[in-house]
Design a protein around this ligand. Structure first.
Ligand code: FES
Length: 122
């Protein structure tokens, strides 16, 4: 049975913002994205960097024409990534999976938002 720990008021976490808090001895980042919240342990699986504090950027995709030739690259705003500030590992913001190797993933926590308050389940 998990415990729901209050971390902040809903209006304190605006779209695109991150709040890092410590619950027990675990540092957790709560990220507001597309109106919802995602919570991850603020430790990168690569070498322990503060991954939740990295920039967020969209997936970069190749555009290929009908002849199979490369045209350009474009951003896919529907697939945002968290980029670890130490060495640039990228993780899908909604799943915590590494963009290349889904076996490498951030430790995810459930988030509950009710009555104007955000809770992390630990
Ligand atoms: S510690 Fe995160 S990319 Fe290396």
């Amino acid at each position: 049975m998990s415990e729901q720990v209050p971390v902040c008021r809903s209006d304190e976490l605006k779209e695109g913002a991150v709040r890092v808090c410590t619950i027990g001895d675990v540092e957790i980042g709560i990220i507001r994205h597309n109106g919802g919240c995602h919570a991850y342990k603020n430790v990168c699986p690569h070498q322990g960097g503060p991954v939740c504090e990295g920039v967020r950027m969209p997936q970069v995709e190749d555009v290929i024409d009908e002849n199979g030739l490369f045209v350009c690259q474009k951003f896919n705003e529907n697939d945002m990534h968290i980029v670890c500030p130490w060495h640039g590992y990228e993780f899908h913001i909604e799943s915590g999976e590494h963009v290349i190797d889904p076996k490498v993933r951030l430790k995810k926590y459930d988030v509950v938002e009710r009555e104007g308050q955000i809770y992390v389940a630990i």
